[in-house]
Design a protein around this ligand. Structure first.
Ligand SMILES: [Cu+2]
Length: 146
């Protein structure tokens, strides 16, 4: 996809966004849900990334359906301890975390731990919020398999 390369030229891929072929990684997705920018933030107004990853930040108090290209992942853990309790109670029974996923809903205050294996291809791949408006506001990035 052409725009992936264009994106790289303009914004680059950070060290945190670079993974090795044939390795397995655990990424922490965090929606800080608050007004401030997270210190690990990479994506747009808030950022999301593995390690001390953040997502949300300045991007309002909104849920983000996070889609990672090229891989399928398993959800290891969903931590709602920082979430609004009423919100959590209203959605928890509807979440299906078993099996292979390519998108996961990250609600404000929520932390999610996912595991995935990077195999078959090197190159640049997208990860982004599936909300088009958020995408357009910067919640779309490349990560690199090398
Ligand atoms: Cu979003």
């Amino acid at each position: 996809m052409d725009h992936q390369w264009k994106n790289l030229e303009t914004t680059g891929v950070t060290e945190e966004e670079t993974v090795k072929l044939n390795t397995t990684e655990i990424w922490n997705l965090v929606n800080t849900g608050g007004g401030m920018m997270g210190d690990g933030g990479i994506m747009g107004n808030g950022g999301m990334m593995k390690g001390k990853g953040m997502m949300g930040g300045g991007m309002m108090q909104m849920p983000h359906p996070i889609h990672i290209h090229q891989v399928q992942f398993n959800i290891l853990e969903r931590d709602p301890s920082e979430m609004d309790e009423d919100v959590w109670n209203s959605v928890k029974d509807g979440l299906i975390d078993d099996g292979w996923q390519d998108t996961v809903l990250l609600i404000p205050g929520m932390k999610i731990k996912i595991i995935m294996r990077f195999k078959n291809f090197k190159g640049l791949f997208l990860y982004h919020c599936h909300n088009l408006e958020h995408e357009d506001m910067g919640m779309m990035r490349n990560y690199k398999i090398e």
